[in-house]
Write a protein that binds this ligand. Structure first.
Ligand SMILES: *Cc1c(COP(=O)(O)O)cnc(C)c1O
Length: 359
């Protein structure tokens, strides 16, 4: 038997049919594809950081449950008293932990679509069925369809990205409240973009016992450190913690994030700049003929152009990397997603786009 026959015999068909998450090579590009914070750290913060790292004992395992870091994080996020916190290697890992713990043979995962693809990718990987409920026009939540899907499929877990990726909008809070009340299972409100909006479900945690709030430090500026956290009742987190691999948060990340939380004022300023630039980008995109941007509560903008493939390729040739969502969902036909960069990066993007659209 040759190796491909062995692979076919052993690897589950749904895994063989899936694709690994692919990230395009971006060396030398103006990188506006992955919702990263474009700003460097002030040199005094970098200095203090390097001194902290010097003391880290990488020959030892990391703290398996870093209490002080969790407390600092909870305070920084305004977690209500009594709320528990579970750390993950990025919020991606926490999505995986929640689904590993709930993956009964007949359990399913539900989310409005288009949305963050990892809900479906991870559901598939752990052997759960994924049900996507199409969003309405301009990516608003289809509340009757969501209610019906909750009743019909009885999902173990419902994910709602708030704000949503890739559309950038917030769904109506009262509609979400109604869905949480109607859901027979857990509802995870994914607040990956919390830094770029004023809306949140964190304050609702003490009142809604099937609600979990997921956050990450990635989009606000620490994507390379991989730290996400899940907030909710201890009764849930205690169970999820049994599925978490020991030492999932490495020592360098623990030390770095603790320092960063103490010095986070500079990051708040960077986020203000990003929010201001988002408005400038939106206004400029809106003024371009044939371009439709959607309003955003995140650090990216979704916009439609007459020919997404051609515009994507021409931007790429001009050294600007954005995300092409044209083929991701039928509601995203013609759509590209651009991360808000520095003013200079945004100008490079806008100048290239104007040139492409007028030639
Ligand atoms: C980027 C993103 C994440 C993943 O963040 P990590 O913490 O870097 O794994 C989760 N949810 C949404 C909606 C995102 O856009």
């Amino acid at each position: 038997m040759n190796i491909s026959d062995k692979v076919e015999r052993l690897i589950r068909p749904e895994i063989r049919a899936s694709h690994a998450y692919s990230v395009p090579e971006a060396t030398g590009m103006v990188k506006l594809d992955a919702m990263e914070n474009p700003y460097p750290w002030p040199s005094e913060v970098k200095q203090a950081w390097l001194e902290t790292l010097r003391e880290v004992q990488v020959n030892r395992y990391p703290d398996p449950d870093p209490g002080r870091l969790k407390q600092l994080l909870g305070e920084a996020m305004g977690a209500p008293p009594g709320t528990g916190l579970l750390l993950g290697n990025g919020s991606d890992e926490l999505i995986q932990i929640v689904l590993l713990a709930t993956a009964r043979p007949d359990a399913c995962v539900l989310a409005p679509v288009p949305t963050f693809v990892m809900y479906q990718v991870i559901a598939n990987a752990v052997g759960m069925r994924f049900v996507g409920v199409p969003l309405g026009r301009d990516f608003v939540l289809d509340v009757p369809a969501m209610r019906e899907a909750l009743q019909h499929h009885k999902p173990a877990v419902t994910f709602i990205a708030y704000p949503n990726n890739p559309s950038g909008n917030l769904f109506a809070a009262d509609a979400i409240e109604g869905l949480i009340a109607a859901a027979p299972g857990l509802v995870v409100i994914d607040e990956a973009y919390f830094a770029f909006t004023d809306a949140s479900f964190i304050a609702r945690l003490p009142d809604l016992d099937n609600l979990l709030v997921l956050r990450t430090l990635s989009k606000m500026g620490l994507a390379g450190l991989r730290l996400g956290f899940l907030l909710g009742a201890e009764a849930w987190l205690r169970e999820f913690n049994k599925v978490r691999l020991p030492y999932n948060i490495n020592s360098l990340t623990q030390a770095s994030v603790e320092l960063l939380l103490r010095k986070r004022d500079f990051m708040a300023k960077q986020i203000q700049h990003i929010r201001a630039e988002r408005q400038r980008l939106f206004a400029t995109l809106k003024s371009l003929p044939g371009v439709k941007p959607w309003p955003s509560e995140t650090n990216f903008l979704l916009f439609r152009v007459p020919d997404a493939r051609q515009v994507y390729d021409a931007l790429f040739a001009a050294g600007v990397l954005v995300k092409n969502l044209d083929a991701a969902d039928k509601t995203l036909e013609g759509c590209l997603r651009v991360t808000v960069g520095t003013p200079q990066e945004n100008d490079v993007f806008l100048d290239a786009l104007k040139r492409i659209l007028t030639t």
